[in-house]
Design a protein around this ligand. Structure first.
Ligand code: FAD
Length: 413
């Protein structure tokens, strides 16, 4: 028998980075929040756990207490012979294990005042004139607003956003541990430890995507993602990727676990359109993966989880306090802040994954300085020195060469 409903201002479904961020901000603003999470933290989450350094501006500084490694070197490879190394004194990426990072975020939300029910699964949502009724395997609740932060397979999106059918691409990952496990395979782990502070991005690993090796304190996260839907075979790509890496040969790599990646691959190119599939419907908002807010070039999602959670919270606080405000302001904020960036990332997705790998090799060999320069700029974006827009403008400037106008050059200098 399901108990009768308890009431909250806001119910957040899913307490990953997006849910915890929105809950934290709302609780800090004095809103009553219930966070419902079907698992119990700390829980394993299939994820590379790479946070681009620009996330610093959105997280409290003590997030570094859960950082496993700082990456100061990015190593891009296109095959055994082509590789580009970009170094920086400041970190490009912070590496986290999602179990620790997500637990830390949930804890912050709880300290701020969020009531969190773990091990409780949302099963049904019903839109009512004044809010939403949320049913779980343990109870029934009512809130004025519901936030869908329940990831790529969002039940909130399925039930409250009918007809929303968006693409997801396949990604998978395995964790290889230093020490014990690999000693079991008769190998010392010295070769693996060479990857400390280095992140490997291999465009050779997948047909229309890339493979990664990310360093963690206790081991390495190794994965492959296909960023264009089609006849992808990520498991086969993964096996090939680990077999081709000389430093991994002979080590035990556990079978990878797959998870869909809801990249934003169709965001409106025309001004004035809604975000792909819509992010607001009556009293419900979708954030992060549930709203397909994943960077379509490299699949970065955690930054956008935190940021979309913050933007959603700002809108909700405004809406709860002022009757003339509307929740659509959240979608407008996303379109304004992320729209232009994701639009260019979508274009780059087509350029990077659409052209054959042999062309990349040819361009890299023929224009090594420009190619390396472009990669360096991309890495600068991870540190907030560039945006997708400035990166794209620089690419266009290079293509226009002497025909580029002086004003365009001045804009980017
Ligand atoms: C293989 C792979 C590698 C990746 N690597 C990176 C990376 O290196 N860097 C990066 O930035 N991004 C990466 N991503 C993307 C990143 O993992 C996601 O974008 C991010 O986890 C989104 O956060 P979220 O809070 O929206 O969803 P999630 O992290 O998926 O959290 C959703 C939460 O909702 C809960 N939930 C789901 N359904 C219900 C329900 N019915 N009731 C209650 N709770 C529910 C889940 O248990 C979960 O805890 C990767 C993704 C994949 C698949």
């Amino acid at each position: 028998m399901i108990p009768t409903s308890q009431q909250f201002d806001v119910i957040v479904v899913g307490m990953g980075p997006a849910g915890s961020s929105v809950a934290f901000e709302l609780s800090r603003a004095g809103v009553s929040v219930l966070g419902l999470e079907k698992q119990t933290h700390p829980r394993y989450k299939v994820c590379g756990g790479g946070l681009s350094a620009r996330i610093e501006q959105y997280l409290p500084t003590d997030f570094k207490s859960v950082v496993e490694e700082e990456v100061h070197r990015l190593h891009f490879t296109y095959g055994p012979e082509e590789s580009y190394v970009i170094d920086s004194e400041k970190p490009f990426v912070y590496m986290v294990m999602r179990s620790r990072f997500d637990q830390w975020l949930v804890h912050h939300a709880q300290v701020a005042g969020t009531e969190v029910h773990q091990n409780e699964t949302v099963t049904r949502l019903k839109a009512l004139p004044e809010g939403v009724e949320v049913e779980t395997d343990k109870g029934r609740y009512f809130s004025r607003v519901v936030v869908g932060a329940d990831g790529a397979l969002s039940v909130v999106a399925q039930q409250l956003f009918p007809g929303r059918r968006l693409q997801k691409v396949p990604a998978l990952e395995s964790e290889i541990l230093f020490g014990e496990m690999n000693l079991g395979a008769g190998q010392p782990d010295t070769q693996l430890r060479r990857y400390a502070n280095v992140a490997i991005i291999s465009l050779n690993a997948a047909k229309k995507g890339y493979g990664w090796i990310f360093p963690k304190h206790h081991g390495l996260s190794i994965g492959v993602g296909e960023f264009v839907r089609g006849d992808s075979r990520p498991k086969r790509s993964f096996q090939q990727f680990i077999q081709e890496d000389p430093n991994l040969s002979g080590y035990v790599v556990p079978p990878p676990v797959g998870h869909p990646l809801p990249i934003c691959n169709g965001y409106a190119d025309k001004k004035g359109q809604r975000w792909n599939g819509g992010l607001v419907h009556t009293h419900a908002l979708l954030v992060s993966d549930a709203g397909h807010l994943v960077d379509p070039l490299l699949g970065e999602g955690i930054l956008y989880a935190v940021r979309s959670g913050q933007l959603a919270a700002t809108t909700i606080v405004d809406y709860l306090h002022n009757t003339n405000r509307h929740l659509e302001a959240y979608e407008e904020a996303i379109i304004q802040e992320l729209g232009p960036e994701f639009r260019i990332a979508s274009r780059l997705n087509k350029v990077v994954y659409g052209i054959p790998r042999s062309w990349h090799r040819w361009v890299g060999r023929t224009f090594p300085v420009s190619y390396q320069g472009l990669l360096r700029r991309y890495c600068g974006m991870l540190q907030s020195h560039e945006t997708y827009r400035t990166l794209w403008a620089r690419m266009m400037l290079k293509l226009q060469g002497p025909f580029a106008t002086a004003s365009k050059r001045a804009d980017l200098s």
